[in-house]
Design a protein around this ligand. Sequence first.
Ligand SMILES: [Zn+2]
Length: 93
Amino acid sequence: MSEQRYRLRNPASGREVVLEAEPQEVYLDRETGQPLELVGKVLPLPPSRSRLPWAVANLRFCPWCDQLAQKDLNECPTCGRRMGPLAPPAPIR
Ligand SMILES: [Zn+2]
């Protein structure tokens, strides 16, 4: 079973949500009751060696293709190029 997720936006507030949605359905903002407009598909996760969840804190941009990749991968899952080491975190003083 593959639930396609979509980004939906409230045009009034600009708030975006990600939902498992059917594109032909109309979804309402839970808070304001306004209809949400479909912004785009959320791509399904490519098969990946990463064990990190697909969360902003665990992602970085590939320097080659500018797509998101999990930080624990050496090669970009999108273009397959080597992304190089991450800068080490700033030392805690
Ligand atoms: Zn890439």
